[in-house]
Design a protein around this ligand. Structure first.
Ligand SMILES: CC(C)(COP(=O)(O)OP(=O)(O)OC[C@H]1O[C@@H](n2cnc3c(N)ncnc32)[C@H](O)[C@@H]1OP(=O)(O)O)[C@@H](O)C(=O)NCCC(=O)NCCS
Length: 152
């Protein structure tokens, strides 16, 4: 498995993963715009086939924000999500960002477990955080890259 930067010719495949992963997927053009405005965008590949992606950026000058992460259902539970998340944390550290935040649906137990395993803690519960009325959980991580690497 390899992690590399997103390229525009990955867009259709990333959008396919997006559609299969979320009830409220990002529009294809939004994904393209996020890339074009400079959002950090990485893909995971197996034999040059894109199996997952992560989109991340900054919330403030010293706090990162994981915007989205998804792995193709056929490739879940193989460590792909872990590798993508670790790579994003490595980028944050390069830019002296040591705190990262995210929001997740309170019903998304798989993702909540995944983030907890990576060391994230729940910081807030937000009623009706999402447009469809679903509650949200805010999570936060103080990055310790060496510790995170040990989870691979
Ligand atoms: C969350 C997601 C990115 C995890 O990716 P993944 O490649 O399957 O995760 P990994 O294989 O690296 O698993 C890491 C950990 O996640 C948790 N996890 C993964 N699948 C799980 C499942 N089916 N049930 C419970 N926990 C699970 C476990 O803690 C696992 O650790 P373990 O293997 O030691 O048990 C993936 O499930 C996904 O794309 N989900 C749909 C999109 C989504 O919800 N994104 C997050 C939006 S906030």
């Amino acid at each position: 498995m390899k992690i590399r930067g997103f390229r525009l010719d990955d867009l259709d495949r990333v959008y396919e993963i997006e559609l299969n992963s979320f009830s409220n997927p990002y529009d294809k053009l939004i994904l393209k715009d996020l890339f074009n405005i400079g959002m950090c965008f990485l893909v995971a590949t197996i034999d040059d086939f894109v199996v997952g992606y992560i989109l991340f950026g900054l919330k403030t000058i010293d706090t990162g924000h994981i915007m989205s992460i998804a792995v193709d259902k056929d490739y879940m539970n193989m460590g792909v999500g872990t590798k993508l998340l670790i790579k994003s944390l490595e980028y944050y550290v390069i830019f002296n960002v040591f705190k990262v935040k995210l929001e997740v649906r309170s019903t998304n137990y798989k993702a909540i477990n995944f983030y907890k395993k990576m060391g994230f803690i729940e910081t807030n519960f937000v009623h009706s955080f999402y447009e469809d009325g679903c509650d949200g959980i805010k999570m936060s991580l103080d990055i310790d890259v060496e510790k995170v690497k040990g989870k691979e």
